[in-house]
Write a protein that binds this ligand. Structure first.
Ligand SMILES: NC(=O)C1=CN([C@@H]2O[C@H](COP(=O)(O)OP(=O)(O)OC[C@H]3O[C@@H](n4cnc5c(N)ncnc54)[C@H](OP(=O)(O)O)[C@@H]3O)[C@@H](O)[C@H]2O)C=CC1
Ligand SMILES: CC(C)(CO)C(=O)C(=O)O
Length: 351
């Protein structure tokens, strides 16, 4: 990489996470050092052309990047993938169901020197990308925080946490520096798989939140939804233990303790939770957003992963399995969140 040339970062899948990361990087860089290509759909392109890109967070971050000709060298939005050819780093931020297509596009357009980073939920996307891209360095990443698209080009990060990335001997200093300058520090982990399993355990609640159809904080402070979340996670932890997988903490949330924390009475839970995780009043899970936008969710890659692992080990996962079925029903109905009340959901899950 020639140091006088701007570092070229392509973000494949410009949605909530992609636009947020791209916006934070662009707001803290300039065109002499950095070129960012957001690759996404015409719907988002139109939004950004009309309103620019605004990134905000729970700590008061508020940056606006105009997407006009003056900023074109720093940040561009593309609806096709030719820009991948110039990328030094390709951040993959599509939903898990689109990973195969994303890998094929990188294979067709991307340079093999480009370092590919999966910033996706689930535990299988990195492997899938590496299989499709045998000549590339593919690194597994993890995004701990929630980003919600608020419309008019505004992307809001509503919870805390540091990005995680598989440790590597490949030179990625230029990328780490830009993320650090954008107040998005990246922690590197030798055993990224256990970090991803830890995040998957937390993400088991995405489906509960999408079925409930309410902000994450309201759902967490509701004792019955919290009990449902605790039982869903507990079932998964038993299966992970039998499979020899120890989900790691990445930040203040310790996966193995979650069922106990969630089982606390609400006033005590509120105290522990506020020390553990800062969360905005209006943050919602990405799966809720998928149902609202009538898209296929990632349930197969989250709760479905637990069901698959249970089968492999001749175990049962009735709670996670029913959750998968309920989400698939909601996907088919295409009417957004089914907004299942806490007691009804408890009965449906036979809890
Ligand atoms: N949102 C969140 O708070 C968090 C999300 N994550 C994870 O990050 C990943 C991304 O999630 P999120 O940002 O919410 O997802 P989004 O759906 O908001 O963004 C992905 C975007 O990529 C587009 N896309 C898909 N394939 C292509 C392609 N081939 N070319 C161009 N654009 C494409 C999608 O379009 P289309 O509309 O057609 O699908 C969509 O607009 C997921 O794995 C998610 O689980 C992790 C932590 C938090
Ligand atoms: C909400 C959060 C941060 C954790 O469940 C998430 O990962 C998502 O919405 O996909």
């Amino acid at each position: 990489m020639v140091s006088s040339k701007p570092v070229n970062i392509a973000i494949l899948g410009a949605g909530s996470i992609g636009c947020y990361l791209g916006g934070c990087l662009a707001a803290n860089s300039d065109a002499t050092t950095t070129a960012i290509s957001l690759i996404g759909r015409p719907r988002l392109q139109q939004q950004l052309q009309s309103h620019g890109l605004t990134v905000t967070d729970w700590q008061g971050r508020h940056s606006h990047i105009a997407t006009n000709a003056r900023h074109a060298a720093l940040l561009q939005f593309h609806t096709t993938c030719e820009a991948l050819a110039h990328a030094d780093y390709i951040l993959v931020t599509v939903k898990s169901g689109d990973t195969r297509a994303a890998g094929q596009l990188i294979s067709r357009h991307g340079h093999t020197d480009a370092v590919v980073i999966s910033f996706q939920n689930g535990v299988s996307n990195g492997d899938k990308l590496q299989q499709l891209l045998p000549r590339h360095t593919v690194l597994r990443g993890m995004v701990p925080f929630n980003v919600f698209s608020q419309g008019q080009g505004v992307f809001h990060c509503g919870t805390e946490g540091n990005l995680a990335l598989q440790a590597t001997t490949v030179e990625i200093g230029a990328l780490l520096k830009r993320f650090a300058s954008a107040a998005l520090p990246i922690m590197q982990y030798d055993d990224m798989a256990t970090v991803q399993w830890g995040k998957l355990v937390v993400n088991l609640n995405n489906a509960v939140n999408a079925l409930a159809g309410m902000p994450l904080r309201d759902q967490l402070y509701h004792p019955v939804y919290r009990r449902i979340m605790a039982r869903t996670i507990k079932e998964a932890l038993v299966i992970l233990t039998k499979a020899g997988i120890r989900p790691a903490r990445s930040g203040k949330v310790i996966p193995a303790l979650l069922p106990y924390v969630l089982a606390l009475p609400t006033p005590l839970f509120a105290k522990v939770a506020s020390a553990m995780l800062k969360i905005d009043a209006d943050a919602r899970s990405s799966m809720y957003e998928d149902l609202q936008l009538q898209r296929t969710t990632e349930v197969d890659f989250l709760n479905g992963e637990i069901v698959r692992l249970a089968k492999q080990h001749q175990l049962a996962a009735p709670i996670n399995s029913t959750i998968v079925t309920l989400i698939k029903d909601a996907e088919r109905q295409r009417q957004g969140s089914p907004m299942i009340g806490a007691d009804s959901l408890r009965r449906l899950l036979k809890l």
